[in-house]
Write a protein that binds this ligand. Structure first.
Ligand SMILES: [Cu+2]
Length: 155
């Protein structure tokens, strides 16, 4: 009698553990790791904000490099920023404070899978999925400084 009851409670215990592990592995963990659901307009904004890296940006005495130095985008509309290197030397677009976007990762052309430097005539693009201010610079030419400001959409 005692043994039989013990057997049932052991089975109950094993089942309960299996259910908890299953819940943790297949329900809790996937939910905890899932990226937040963001609106399509944030992930794929219909418009882009443009910044030029102008000719002569590598010259320390030249005041103009990232133009405009402060680029403004609106979330859900133009929170994708595209930098075009119109200079004759490679540059980078690198966050001052190591900002990591929850969807698009590190705000740094050097962290980009295509290789890092924005070569002459090429573009670098980054989609900011959150309203905020994002100061950045160029790694080899630290006097090149810019800022992206992504503002709320009041439309
Ligand atoms: Cu540069």
């Amino acid at each position: 009698m005692v043994n039989h009851a013990g057997g049932i409670s052991l089975i109950t215990f094993v089942v309960a553990v299996a259910v908890s592990i299953g819940y943790y592995q297949f329900v809790y963990v996937p939910q905890a790791n899932a990226k937040p659901q963001l609106k399509e307009e944030i992930l794929e904004p219909p418009e882009s904000t443009h910044v030029d890296i102008v000719e002569g940006s590598a010259i320390p005495s030249q005041v103009k490099n990232f133009v405009p130095a402060e680029a403004r985008g609106t979330i859900e509309i133009s929170n994708r920023v595209i930098w075009t290197n119109k200079d004759s030397v490679p540059h980078t677009v690198t966050s001052d404070d190591g900002y990591v976007d929850i969807i698009n990762g590190k705000f740094d052309s050097l962290a980009n899978e295509e290789g890092g430097f924005v070569m002459p005539g090429e573009e670098f693009e980054f989609v900011f999925t959150k309203v905020g201010e994002y100061p950045y610079h160029c790694e080899p030419h630290p006097w090149m400084k810019g800022k992206v400001v992504i503002v709320e959409n009041f439309a």
